[in-house]
Design a protein around this ligand. Sequence first.
Ligand code: SF4
Length: 223
Amino acid sequence: MATLRMRLRTIGRRLARAYGAPPEPRRLPPLDELVLTILSQNTNDTNRDRAYADLRRAMPTWDDVADAPVGAIAKAIRKGGLAPTKSPRIKAVLRDLRIRGIALNERALTALPDEELWELLIGLTGVGPKTAACVLLFSLDRPFFPVDTHVHRVAIRLGLVAPKANAVVAQRELQAALRPDEMYALHMNLIRHGRHVCVAQRPLCSQCVLSDLCPRVGVKEAR
Ligand code: SF4
């Protein structure tokens, strides 16, 4: 664990030097972040943001969305892709929260302690660990480390987690080794690294600032 912690610190420093500080977290209210994260599945940030803006314009409150026909939600979010999948998911999540007595407003979920909120979120149909961790970290600045496809791939290639570790295991292990104040910047910079250098097909190892730390290239002393 001590070694993993040190390696993560070194990687965080290198990536921060390479990419700079990431933009400030968006700090949306938790329900906004939850819906935005569902909309982000299998699309890019631009289309996600278009779908989110269209949804908010068409249905200004989350109660409006919970009460709307699925087809109307799908129509509003169509620019984000996978609308037939995402629209029932969004509606179900909001209704599920309301059934549990949670008012669908800006304060929703903000008063719950970390673990209680984590359990609540991952207990919602269609909400996985990555989405739950995004809400906790981005919206509420709680110490959770979302592992998306880029973070997962880079962490495996760097040998930070076992090759067969799934995203849930990777999140648990990386989260336990990181200080809360390291999580946001490392998450964001690993995504940048995964999108631009450590890409899924043919990673650009010759341009990688982590190449001397990477088992795929050859491990040297961490600096
Ligand atoms: S050296 Fe290559 S495989 Fe390793 S982290 Fe960098 S880009 Fe990814």
